[in-house]
Design a protein around this ligand. Structure first.
Ligand code: HAM
Length: 411
């Protein structure tokens, strides 16, 4: 038997119904805030992620599904299944010259992402994200709106047991100064760090701050290291941006924690970064994460455009929400005349009523058994009903049966 690949999953029945519900709620919430849906391809040029997500990220270093495809012109092209969608949305923003439109441009998406990671609870190789990306607004009110939207979405599922963590990485200048200080303080501890952090030390030392390995955690706990991390290193403009964001979050009664160790695993971030975590998720505790990426559009060849967004892991959200049973059909047509049953179900559907019939001509008792499991009402269409032109309608919740003379009285 051929099975689904490790780290991938089929979504069926109740799960599928609840996924549809998640997407509908996302669509409502984002449309209310002026977002439009964007759908970008599942694969892109590998270079997009190398340059976009960044050479020092784990994603680019070891998690990408990359293929070399020989085209009809015999030229080799390297493509990658998208490990995340920010880079793809930025590519589309540049390609369609969307900076010509009045800012801000607000997009949301829902779709599969692919990362070659070791599968475990809350971590898959094909997983799904719901995300938003906004272009053209530097004002901290946009950062507050994005965080608020993420929380409204979680609250729509009655979730309240989560923690919001925020931090500011500062602009390129602050980040570079900060990286230099971190490098200096960690220089005497390199040999005790994990192998990944030894590489991070060279490529992007900030990433060491969120390493979960015990050996690195011990180093991060050292007073001399903590002193540097907790120091206010960001420039006055970045500090003002962050403090204004915090004041807006206070105004919106959003509880948050400033976590100076929060750096996020993708290279494109600057200034605001944030994550929402739930202790109910175990070791993969982030439901969603995001932040500003004011330089990414320019890095990828477009005009300088401030931008911010977040993405939420749908599988992780699904594991936290209360599941809703799918709705029963309005009608089940019980009949041994498939032609008449098909005509009646078609008419019912044309009137916006959900309806099915038994396609196998089984005994009425069997059909009624199926009807009571799947529908609110059974319409019995036996020989008498067909010949004399009436319907016998059974309410399957009360078992009450009535004779109805015309289709109009039926619906
Ligand atoms: P990320 O933190 O890499 O950010 O992913 C966002 C969310 O996707 C995570 O918080 C988690 O819920 C989910 N996720 C990530 N990897 C997996 C996995 N292997 N299995 C299951 N769920 C997973 C980004 O992707 C950025 N593009 C977010 C962003 C948008 N920043 C700005 N705009």
């Amino acid at each position: 038997m051929i099975k689904a690949q490790r780290g991938t999953k089929d979504i069926l029945f109740l799960e599928s119904y609840n996924w549809e519900r998640i997407e509908k709620i996302a669509s409502n919430i984002f449309h209310l805030a002026g977002f439009s849906k964007i759908q970008t391809p599942i694969f892109e040029a590998t270079e997009l992620f190398n340059r976009g997500v960044g050479e020092s990220s784990d994603i680019v270093n070891k998690e990408m599904y990359t293929f070399s495809i020989g085209g009809i012109d015999k030229k080799e092209t390297s493509i990658t299944l998208r490990p995340e969608n920010t880079a793809g949305v930025v590519r589309a923003f540049i390609e369609h010259n969307l900076s010509r439109l009045s800012p801000p441009q607000k997009f949301w998406y829902f779709g599969p992402m692919f990362r070659y990671e070791r599968p475990q609870a809350g971590r898959q190789r094909q997983f799904h994200q719901i995300g938003v990306e906004v272009f053209g607004c530097e004002n901290p009110s946009m950062d507050a709106e994005i965080i608020q939207l993420a929380l409204s979405f979680l609250k729509a599922f009655n979730l309240s047991d989560f923690e919001v963590e925020i931090n500011s990485l500062g602009c390129t200048k602050c980040k570079n100064e900060y990286k230099a200080s971190i490098k200096e303080v960690l220089s005497s501890h390199i040999d005790k760090m994990c192998e990944d952090c030894k590489i991070r030390y060279q490529k992007n030392p900030l990433r060491i701050l969120d390493c979960k390995q015990n050996s690195c955690q011990e180093i991060l706990e050292l007073e001399e290291v903590k002193k540097i991390v907790l120091k206010d290193y960001i420039c006055p403009d970045c500090k003002n941006h962050f403090e204004t964001l915090c004041s807006y979050l206070d105004e919106l009664n959003i509880n948050y924690k400033i976590n100076k160790f929060l750096v996020r695993g993708l290279d494109y971030y600057n200034r605001t970064v944030f994550e929402v975590k739930s202790s109910k998720l175990g070791s993969q505790s982030a439901i969603l994460g995001g932040g500003r990426y004011d330089n990414l559009t320019e890095t990828l060849g477009g005009p300088k455009t401030p931008a911010i967004g977040f993405a939420l892991g749908v599988e992780r959200l699904y594991s936290l929400i209360e599941k809703v049973e799918s709705k029963k059909l309005d009608y089940f047509v019980v009949s041994n005349n498939p032609k008449e049953a098909l005509k009646l179900t078609t008419k019912l559907r044309e009137q916006g009523k959900s309806a099915e019939f038994d396609y196998q001509n089984r005994k009425f008792a069997k059909q009624l058994e199926k009807a009571s499991k799947t529908a609110l009402c059974a319409i019995i269409l036996g020989e008498d009903e067909i010949n004399q032109g009436y319907y016998s309608v059974k309410d399957l919740t009360t078992a009450e049966q009535r004779k109805i003379d015309s289709f109009n009285d039926l619906i």
